[in-house]
Design a protein around this ligand. Structure first.
Ligand SMILES: *Cc1c(COP(=O)(O)O)cnc(C)c1O
Length: 391
């Protein structure tokens, strides 16, 4: 093993690098989670989350991974035997579907080639055909982390409205929130699911559900069993800043700091930065002659970019060379994309120069691993970033 100096380049699309500021904010003694100091922290983070989710309604915070918040969403809103409409946008949509099926939910799963998002026109057509209004929910992954494709959530909302359908709208923005624009209230989302270790720039360990009034009403009458995940159990003590069981106190200190950082930069500026970094990454891909997996320019992810390997070359060997030589982690291909793509995360604590460092590592890695490519991707990315500065 070679000795390592300097920081590790963590360029997977979550967990994302944790800012120094957040690390320092978490360096605190553990406190009594039923005491007055906690109450202040609890109230601050529960209120602060609303700005990030762009909602006036409650955001429930669980000590869990994103997968836990997926389960909370299903357990609180659906019934066994309910029909739901989902889209096979990639590996994460596939896993959420599998979970829903295990709860006895009947999923109509619209397939795609994993190179585009959920199609609003198909949503409208499927809901319009559903004259008996049997479809209980439309469930969509906002930013499909396995492919680098973002579904058009606002347009899907409009499609649901055009069909005049009462279905709940449940959105996984686990890797979108804090990086890609997501307006829980304005876009009429009923549950937005998220977690701590992606755009929120925290370590893993917190799951979130932002909940609309309609979703809350659904939770009062639905019949799936739940206890740990029950919104009603959470919302009662949350009203005073407290939790029904021991919360992840240390992570909540970090969450308070991360929310402050997002507020200081400004959400529009945060989203614009991610767009700029994503555009530069695609410019690099074009320079290298590598194909971007996403086929729909309006659906390019601001969070990550998945690039296809040239025929006959494996992504995992390439990623190993990059890790060994340059101490940089790139995202692996997941599910049916295993070894076929690699993913560059450009989310959270990433700026122009950290991205340039990462792209340099990719270009040098392509050379070191003898992957057929053209030089000049890094230069193309720099040109892209420079022209963004001139705007
Ligand atoms: C990361 C991720 C998940 C899973 O979150 P965990 O914290 O690993 O449970 C689900 N959906 C999407 C879109 C993700 O990016």
């Amino acid at each position: 093993m070679s000795s390592r100096i300097g920081r590790h380049f963590l360029h997977i699309p979550g967990p994302s690098p944790v800012p120094e500021r957040v690390m320092r904010a978490m360096n605190m003694p553990v406190i009594d989670h039923r005491g007055p100091d906690f109450k202040k922290l609890g109230e601050e983070v529960l209120e602060g989350c609303k700005a990030v989710f762009q909602t006036d309604g409650p955001v429930v915070i669980y000590p869990s991974s994103g997968t836990g918040a997926w389960e909370a969403t299903i357990a609180n809103t659906l019934n066994a035997g309910d029909k739901v409409l989902m889209f096979e946008t990639g590996q994460f949509a596939t896993l959420w579907r599998q979970m829903a099926a295990r709860w006895g939910v009947e999923v109509e799963f619209v397939s795609t080639d994993w190179r585009r998002g959920a199609d609003p026109a198909i949503v409208e057509a499927k809901l319009s055909e559903d004259r008996s209004k049997a479809i209980r929910a439309v469930m969509v992954v906002h930013n499909e982390t396995s492919t680098g494709v973002t579904s058009r959530i606002a347009e899907i909302r409009k499609a649901i409205d055009r069909a005049g359908h009462p279905a709940l709208f449940l959105v996984d923005s686990i890797s979108g929130l804090g990086s890609a624009d997501l307006r829980h209230d304005e876009w009429g989302i009923d549950v937005t699911v998220s977690c701590s270790q992606k755009g929120l720039m925290l370590p893993p360990g917190l799951g979130f559900t932002a909940v609309s009034e309609k979703a809350l009403a659904a939770s009062r009458s639905n019949t799936l069993p739940r206890s740990y995940w029950d919104w009603a159990e959470m919302l009662k003590p949350n009203a005073n800043g407290f939790f029904p069981y021991t919360p992840a106190t240390t992570l909540l200190y970090g969450l308070r700091e991360a929310i402050a950082m997002l507020r200081e930069e400004g959400l529009p500026q945060v989203f614009a930065r991610h767009q700029r970094l994503a555009a530069a990454t695609r410019a690099a891909a074009q320079g290298w002659g590598l194909e971007v997996l996403c086929q729909e320019p309006t659906e390019y992810s601001p969070v990550l970019t998945a690039l296809m390997m040239p025929d006959g070359t494996g992504a995992d060997v390439f990623r190993k060379v990059v890790l060994d030589r340059f101490d940089m982690s790139l995202g692996a291909g997941l599910g049916k994309l295993t070894d076929k793509v690699f993913r560059i995360g450009h989310l959270g604590e990433t700026n122009d120069l950290t991205l340039m460092g990462a792209l340099s590592g990719v270009e040098m890695g392509l050379h070191a691993a003898h992957i057929p490519h053209q030089r000049g991707g890094v230069l193309a990315a720099m040109t892209s970033l420079r022209s963004a500065l001139d705007d």
